[in-house]
Design a protein. Sequence first.
Lengths: 326, 218
Amino acid sequence: MPNARGATVEFRDVTKQYADQVAVDGLSFTVPAGKICILVGPSGSGKTTSLKMVNRLIEPTSGAILIDGTDVLQEDPVQLRRRIGYVIQQVGLFPHQTIEENVGTVPRLLGWPKDRIRSRSIELLALVGLDPKRYAARYPAQLSGGERQRAGVARALAADPPVMLMDEPFGAVDPIVRDRLQAELLRIQRDQGTTVLFVTHDIDEAIRLGDRIAIMKDGKLVQYAPPGELLAHPANEFVAQFVGSDRGLKRLGLLTAGGADLDSGIERAGVDPRAPELKASTTLRDALALMLERGVQQAPVVDDNDGRYLGVLTLAKISKMLGSQA
Amino acid sequence: MTEGEPLIRWDWIGSHLDEIGFRLLQHVELTAIAVTVGFIIAFVLSLLILRIPRIEGPVTWVTGTLYTIPSLALFALLIPYTGLTLLSAEIGLVSYTLLILIRNIVRGIRDVPADVIEAATGMGYDNSDRFWRVEVPLATAVIIAGVRVATISTIGLVTVTALIGQGGFGFLILIGIQRFFSTELIVGAVCSVSLAIFADAMLVLLQRRLTPWTRVAG
């Protein structure tokens, strides 16, 4: 697998002014190379406008957007776009091309030799979980919504772009499929090392996928932080409301039993036998749910791989972690 | 019709196959030139409309007006200028194809889904690549639907050009009327209709070949 190296993306005081309103107002933040940055906010907050300024589908009124230090406004937009992956909610696969041809779009525009385009397309279909033997020769109309979105991601990644832009890519698929697509995006992104800018209005999606979350409102950046910090320390009332009153629980979803402060003074045999045995990778949120369900105060935690007993997780410890964030 | 004469004299057909063949070629030629030239003009005008939308009204008005002129009158009006020639026939025939062809070309291109356009632009198609490789292929089905209607109506109209010395099968119809000879009239009409049906079937096949993706299960 050729590993694309992600690029740093920096917004420097970016403003987009339309005749009667400011869509994006003095936006500044930096996405480190190889990270997923989620732009989230209510509709009209300027998140999609911000995304589309990166590949110049929308031109900023002022400010600069730098990819690895180079201002995108200095580049030819057509050449720029061929180096940036782009995925939209409606996918926009070409109905008149097979899935293989669709995936090979950017390599074809870049003039790669035919057999290299072909092998790259096949490789990417496999990467996104579409069996090339079954899907390569099909037309988009023959795919389900989830399969089309996978093909869309494969198409965006075809030429190893250092940056990928995703505009509500999973907004139109059902929750079960969305869940799987999110998991696969994380796997692929880790594998490829691509820097991803991802727009959504769904805070849960943002928390699940984001290394960093940029919360926007009325064209302004309200808070830019990793998900854990956002949940623990919302910058203001708007952010607190936007992440939801259950932000404590959401935060527990980011923490694992193995990472908690376990009480190792208790013997494995001394733990309530009704207690569920937790793997170290279990999230505290799931652990809490299991413990409440069984009606126990504590549960043993074991190593994922060898089952070695690590210690006991108690409700008191979980509660303390919830309390510590206020 | 002459009394006592059968509606169709099959022996006449047998002895006039050369004549029928000649009229067939003439009919096909008149139609092919008209649709081809009409398509080129319509395509150029459609490009202009897509680029400068405010000319759509005037273009539609002019081609619509041409379309409403009775064909008999139009061909007669052309005689003082271009005579009893192929050119006169084609000026009329081409004029009648424009309205339908322009309408379908413009609609076909405009109906290309916005998400497809956005994806194409976002991936680095320049405008002309996107037009020829994405928009035109996707508009092909609608464009060919227009070509089918234009072709069928042109094949019918070609018969009228018999009045200015052209006409294809229309020549047989005209002579049949003048001589009160029903066989020739019927042969001319039936051949013209058959040619239209055949041409339409060929265009359907062409459309299927050019747009294989429209036939897959959705």
